[in-house]
Design a protein around this ligand. Structure first.
Ligand SMILES: Cc1ncc(COP(=O)(O)O)c(C=O)c1O
Length: 367
């Protein structure tokens, strides 16, 4: 009889939302708007689509394991050395490699409550222990993280802006933190939402630093609109990147993902449109939510964390919105039991969302 290790037995399988088509059939809805996964409402970068079409005939070939062309495109764009860059199947995959390669079984990974669920999963899947400190005002509390370091801490995970809260920590706070953190502890700085925050004068751009103990992760899933392709990259010291190449599956990321990402990197116009729409759509959403009377957290990303009266209300609110064709994310599994996350949509989707949210919120409040 095969023995399943306790850390695997205790894992919960990822629960994906129902496919949109299935929901439409089941609930007999004419329209469904999904604002639950922080995706780009404009679709994929048009340059990426063109590249995919151009390279489709090459799918019989194995891909380049070193992503040479993409790595060099990233290095050129962000002024980093190519041997400091590695690409993978999205940030999720890279996080799993980083945790696996740089922690041992007895080590602990320190982070915050109320941050990206993917890090909790990566750490637990590897059989390591995750230690979480509370958020302060829905923001990473970097001082509390320093205070929580023990001799078992091997790694610290930070997300800036954070998901699901949307908050960011500023340059001064980050630099003071890096000065205090012992340099044998590996810092992961996850910048999945950097495009939405980098106009902020105090946003610390992780790629502008070259700390010996820090890896920065970025993704093409959000602003570039390529979530379905699975592609992201990490930038860090050469020894760290060299080790990650040793653990990475050789043909990851696949050829279409590499080609699309190279083209997307060059699509400044799409990125500008994405950021513009996000600003407009979030402002509209914020105003509408305030008029309905829903509590919300200040955001530097492409989504807003709203706070419902309690966890039960939040669950019912999401269920009711779903019945009306609006998919939102109850972020209890991220550690914020009364939180519901809504990402920015097209102006039309945002309008639809506000009308559903208003009806549902008022109805539940009247019960
Ligand atoms: C903070 C953060 N990091 C990483 C990811 C995952 O990115 P990817 O699609 O590249 O795996 C997400 C997606 O929601 C995220 O919010």
């Amino acid at each position: 009889m095969i023995k399943i290790p306790p850390f695997v037995q205790n894992l919960k399988p990822y629960k994906a939302g129902k496919p949109i088509e299935e929901l439409m059939r089941e609930k007999q809805l004419r329209r469904i708007v999904k604002l639950a996964s922080n995706e780009n409402p404009l679709g994929p970068s048009p340059k990426a689509i063109e590249a995919l079409q151009q390279h489709v005939q090459e799918l019989n070939r194995y891909t380049d394991p070193s992503s040479y062309e993409l790595v060099h495109a990233i290095a050129d764009k962000y002024h980093v050395q190519p041997n400091h860059v590695i690409c993978g199947h999205g940030t999720d995959s890279l996080l799993a490699y980083i945790v696996g390669a740089f922690t041992r079984e007895s080590d602990e990974v320190l982070t915050s409550e109320g941050t990206f669920i993917g890090i909790y999963v990566s750490v637990r899947k590897a059989g390591r222990k995750i230690v979480q400190v509370p958020l302060e005002n829905y923001t990473f509390d970097l001082d509390a993280i320093i205070d929580a370091i023990t001799e078992k801490t091997a790694m610290i995970y930070l997300a800036n802006p954070n998901n699901p809260t949307g908050t960011m920590f500023e340059r001064g706070t980050f630099e003071a933190f890096m000065k205090r953190v012992p340099d044998h502890i590996m810092i992961i700085l996850d910048e999945a939402y950097t495009t939405y925050a980098d106009h902020h004068p105090d946003y610390p751009n992780g790629l502008a630093y070259d700390y010996e103990n820090m890896v920065v992760t970025r993704t093409f899933s959000k602003a570039y609109g390529l979530a379905g392709l699975r592609i992201g990259f990490a930038v860090g010291p050469d020894a760290v990147i060299e080790s990650l190449y040793k653990v990475k599956l050789p043909f990851e990321p696949g050829l279409p993902a590499q080609k699309a990402a190279i083209a997307a990197l060059d699509d400044d116009e799409f990125l500008r449109e994405t950021a513009d729409l996000n600003r407009k759509s979030l402002a509209h959403l914020r105003k509408g939510l305030a008029e309905i009377g829903i509590e919300q957290v200040e955001t530097a990303a492409n989504f807003i964390l709203t706070l419902m009266p309690d966890a039960k209300f939040a669950a019912r609110f999401c269920k009711e919105c779903l019945n009306h064709g609006l998919i939102l994310r109850h972020v209890d599994t991220f550690g914020i039991a009364r939180g519901v996350r809504i990402n920015s949509g097209t102006m039309d989707e945002t309008e639809f969302a506000l009308s559903v949210i208003g009806d549902v919120y008022r109805k539940l409040n009247a019960l």
